[in-house]
Design a protein around this ligand. Structure first.
Ligand SMILES: C[S@@+](CC[C@H](N)C(=O)[O-])C[C@H]1O[C@@H](n2cnc3c(N)ncnc32)[C@H](O)[C@@H]1O
Length: 255
């Protein structure tokens, strides 16, 4: 997918986050390098053994993680705002698909699933929520879905990524770290070699941890995942920049 428009990345322009066109839904069905080599090993380790546990993914997209978790014996539910993402998830050709409860919904508004889950998680979703109120509501709603003692896991863009200005990320000239919800554009290389462009929003460390604390959860882990040496040696062009630029962050918090 080519980068069609060079929109000025100013705070006034923050409503440019992508809307999950059919083209983007199709593109997201092919994972990128970061998802496979950086996010997957750390996210799954942070979750631990979820067999026979109730797991909710908020902003589940096409169900990439839920199929993987269902395969291990977890009982899984996914919510996503984009009807076409849920459609793609429901039609996925995978024997685990039929065991997944998919729902269309906005996680920034109330979720009708109180105290039902052992684990709830967001993976690259906060960066698509355009307001601080929406961010705080989403995290509070996620906390409300947890059973007492349940875990919330958040995996997202590292808050320092825009400030470290990696070559694959475009921000406004006058971007500063404290511009909560400032838009940025990131290029992501898929495993099939194609480059795709996403427009997302920036959150500070305080925005994310503050929302977790406000929801009454206790943070127990903060992880800045890196690719393994072996994977960097095999794919230096796609992965080595991650050794010098903070690109991803994960939080685990307990109810
Ligand atoms: C980058 S995709 C990640 C999908 C999935 N978590 C994954 O890692 O494969 C972000 C997803 O979050 C969804 N999303 C964004 N804002 C949302 C909201 N307020 N409520 C529910 N889903 C939302 C989008 O529709 C999109 O499918």
């Amino acid at each position: 997918m080519n980068n069609p428009e060079e929109i000025a990345l100013t705070p006034e322009n923050k409503n440019i986050i992508h809307e999950w066109t059919i083209e983007q839904v199709e593109s997201a069905s092919k994972p990128n390098f970061g998802k496979v080599f950086v996010t997957a090993p750390y996210l799954l380790a942070l979750m631990g053994d979820v067999s026979s546990r109730d797991v909710l993914e908020l902003g589940c997209g096409n169900g990439f993680w839920l199929r993987m978790l269902a395969r291990t014996g977890a009982r899984v539910t996914g919510i996503d705002l984009a009807e076409n993402q849920i459609e793609a998830a429901k039609n996925w050709d995978d024997p685990n698909t039929q065991n997944i409860d998919y729902r269309v919904g906005d996680v920034s508004t109330a979720i009708d699933l109180q105290e039902k889950f052992d684990v709830a998680f967001f993976e690259h979703v906060l960066l698509e929520i355009p307001t601080k109120e929406g961010l705080e509501n989403a995290i509070q709603n996620a906390a409300n879905t947890l059973k007492p003692g349940g875990s919330l896991i958040i995996s997202d863009m590292h808050p320092f990524a825009p400030s470290s200005r990696p070559d694959n990320l475009r921000i406004a000239e006058d971007f500063n770290y404290f511009d909560s919800a400032a838009p940025f554009e990131i290029q992501s290389k898929r495993m099939d070699g194609e480059i795709i462009y996403y427009k997302d929003v920036h959150w500070t460390l305080g925005d994310i941890t503050g929302a977790i604390a406000k929801a009454g959860l206790k943070i127990t882990d903060v992880i800045e995942p890196l690719p393994s040496e072996n994977d960097v040696t095999q794919y230096p062009e796609e992965l080595s920049y991650r050794l010098t630029h903070p690109m991803a962050i994960m939080f685990k918090a307990i109810k």
